[in-house]
Design a binder for this molecule. Structure first.
Ligand code: COS
Length: 392
């Protein structure tokens, strides 16, 4: 749980990527995080905190920035709004960002490829914060190499029988709805995967392990044993699941970059406050040129990451163009640079920087997973290179 701190100026909201409605959204987001009770986010109760946060975000209408309405497709998700929300939530607390983000990632495939019935059943509840959503793609042997998944779904009459395990599933164990990817065997590799909507009370569905990580988030391993899912809960055509997964990731990858930005901006705000207050060598820490060099690097890395992030979001929203390359560039740059920014903040805080309960200590733990999840940095480099080779 992180207490409120003073925010730096947000003149970047005047960049040409944004419209007046985005600045209005940021005001609503600010009011929301300021209104959260100090103990609303409890890292010792991640399940309860996520449920509460999602319910409150839903009531405040903020999940509209992550989840499409039932009568529209994924183009209704405004990437700039999703990014601004993740930035603002991450600045306040990594778990708040996580809770918001999962509503989008967990329901994105349904917005992209769900039947009208599935959209009507899932999207309004997810958008209102009544249901928690999850995205079940990864397996022990299929993380970065997502097409290597082994979990299978065999058509048997009017339902699929799903067998296998999914792991590192965010919201695993607490989600009310899962978008799950399994091998249906139309072809080897990526072309033989389909997407499904699975509910935790489907027979044969179980949570086998809750996973603890360095920054507390609800994560689990799921098991599917002859889990029966009606054919109508398949998303898109048989064998079309891998593309749906990639399209979902394309939409939300820029928002991971935005979350990293939120964490980095918080680190910079904390560092400035600390460097001015901390007495050292007869003056203040901020008087030292090495401190100023660190602050200069931090601010520059943040702006560079922000430009890539909002370029990707703007390109999708306004130009309506593919952002596979731009989102990958933004994700790898913003997450890697946020790690460096936060590390400098910890260094500036000295011993306090590694003390449990300090804001920068918490940021240091929070930022690490962002370089791994939704496609590790190494995968983003591959994606950028492939897109480059396609277009040159
Ligand atoms: N949008 C739409 N379709 C896409 C796509 C995208 N962004 N990326 C790939 N595809 C399509 C390809 O066009 C190809 O379709 P065809 O067979 O019809 O040509 C198919 O998907 C397979 O693509 P490719 O051959 O590039 O797949 P690879 O197995 O080589 O995988 C990477 C490519 C590495 C990019 C992919 O596995 C990936 O993104 N991995 C990271 C997964 C991830 O983020 N995991 C984290 C889990 S969520 S926390």
């Amino acid at each position: 749980m992180l207490a409120q701190a003073k925010r730096g100026p947000r003149d970047w909201l005047e960049w040409p990527f944004f419209e007046p409605r985005h600045r209005a959204l940021v005001e609503r987001l600010d009011a929301f995080i300021a209104s959260l009770e100090v103990d609303a986010i409890n890292h010792n109760d991640v399940d309860g905190s996520c449920r509460r946060l999602v319910r409150e975000m839903g009531r405040a209408g903020l999940l509209e920035a992550a989840v499409a309405p039932a009568d529209s497709d994924a183009s209704a998700i405004d990437s700039r709004s999703a990014c601004l929300a993740r930035e603002t939530f991450a600045w306040r607390d990594g778990l708040a960002d996580f809770a918001f983000a999962m509503q989008g990632l967990g329901s994105g495939a349904i917005a992209i490829a769900g039947s009208p019935e599935l959209r009507a059943a899932v999207l309004p509840k997810t958008r209102a914060g009544e249901w928690l959503a999850a995205f079940a793609l990864s397996e022990t042997e299929a993380g970065s190499d997502a097409a290597a998944m082994a979990c299978s779904a065999l058509l048997d009459g009017d339902s699929y029988a799903i067998d296998g395990e999914k792991t590192w599933i965010s919201n695993g164990g607490i989600a009310d709805v899962y978008t799950l990817f399994a091998r249906t065997g139309e072809a080897p590799g990526a072309r033989g995967v389909s997407a499904f909507v699975v509910f935790p009370d489907d027979p044969g569905f179980s949570v086998v392990e809750r996973i603890e990580v360095i920054a507390p988030h609800p994560l689990a391993t799921l098991r599917l044993e002859n889990c029966r899912v009606p054919i109508g809960r398949r998303l898109g055509p048989p064998g079309g699941g891998f593309k749906i997964a990639m399209q979902t990731l394309d939409i939300f990858r820029a928002s991971v970059a935005a979350a990293a930005l939120g964490l980095a901006r918080r680190a910079l705000d904390e560092s400035l406050e600390h460097a001015r207050a901390r007495r050292m060598f007869g003056g203040a820490l901020v008087d030292l040129q090495l401190t100023q060099a660190a602050l200069g690097d931090m601010a520059t890395e943040i702006d560079a990451a922000a430009l890539l992030t909002y370029r990707a979001a703007w390109r999708r929203d306004v130009q309506k163009l593919s952002t596979t390359r731009e989102a990958a560039m933004a994700k790898m740059t913003a997450t890697e640079s946020a790690q460096r920014v936060i590390d400098r903040a910890v260094q500036m805080f000295g011993g306090r920087g590694v003390r449990r309960g300090e804001v920068v200590e918490s940021l240091y733990r929070e930022v690490r997973a962002l370089r791994i999840y939704e496609g590790a940095t190494e995968v983003q480099k591959l994606i950028v290179a492939r897109e480059l080779l396609k277009s040159h």
